[in-house]
Design a protein around this ligand. Sequence first.
Ligand SMILES: [Zn+2]
Length: 385
Amino acid sequence: MAMLLDDDSCYRAMHARDRRFDGRFFVAVASTRIYCRPVCSARTPRRENCHFYATVAAAEAAGYRACLRCNPGRCSPEGAEAIVYSGSGKLSVRRCKSSQGPAFELDCRPPYDWKSLLAFLAARAAAGVEEIDHEAYRRTVRLQCNGREHFGWIEVSPAEKESALRVVMSPSLAETGPEILDRVRRLMDVSANPVEIAAGLGRLGQSHPGLRVPGAFDGFEIGVRAILGQQVTVAAARTVAGRFASAFGTPIDSPFASLNQVFPAPEKVAQLTVDHIAPLGVLAARSRSIIALGRAIADGTIQLGPATDVAAELTKLRALPGIGEWTAQYIAMRALDWPDAFPHTDFGVMKALGETNPGRVLKIAQPWRPWRAYAVMHLWRSLHA
Ligand SMILES: [Zn+2]
């Protein structure tokens, strides 16, 4: 596994005890000769004593012993989600009442800028798959769980209690509740620690406290939409995404008139040809890109989820036809749960910074590491002030 972060960014990531870094690097402490996961509940060691390693094996090879408290030997990107997070503090989930289906409340760390997040999702909502109704976000769902496919819908809205979200799901999804809640947490960036992130962003983070990075409910869907969004406006990408869903998705019934399609599965898209996709108004090169992504996900070559080795997935994404740095970073930002993702050639990012040179954009962004994905959101948000 390659190191994506420089040492100072690792130190800041460790200070935040943000679970998204867990399994993605390890910290070794020279004074104790012990190495830890970045979320370890032990006191944060002094910067000058810390060395950072991409893997457990590298830390051990350098002569460090595993911490007994956080047990880094048990931690791999794949296993990271299964471990209890003591350092970052657990956010509670409560079951609540709804006549429509199973309902829950998820706590978020305040402040939480729901309005900006909802506006971002509204501007991109694909017809048939997603809708925004006043304060609520709704979408259709297809989920593999216990060897079966489940179809249904979810609704997310602010709870009465401050800094909490209310999640309602269709009765058809009752069996998949924990998985749905995990996905909603990522989509709505519930677990972020906004105070640490604001400290890392400095002045850039001040106008919209609690601004979140919208994640992915479904990694493949975000990947397709990143490709459809290459060099076109958000509105144009949204229109084509709706057409794509309606052409190749699965029709479903829901109590909401405008939710009637489930986004196409990678297995389905893997079978398509350019002649199927191009008539929707998608360039042939982008159609090929989408099919290649569908194949890579369907056969397991690429996994777009939170528990992946970011550097390895980025390399695999860039190897697909028509996926360059912008698309790979956008996918990392939304579907790989990577807080430091940074599409530095993005038109909006450059415009917000008043820069035309992507190299200079990278330099300007250096102090925002490891929170550059949040910097992107603040820069985009500043264009709609
Ligand atoms: Zn530890």
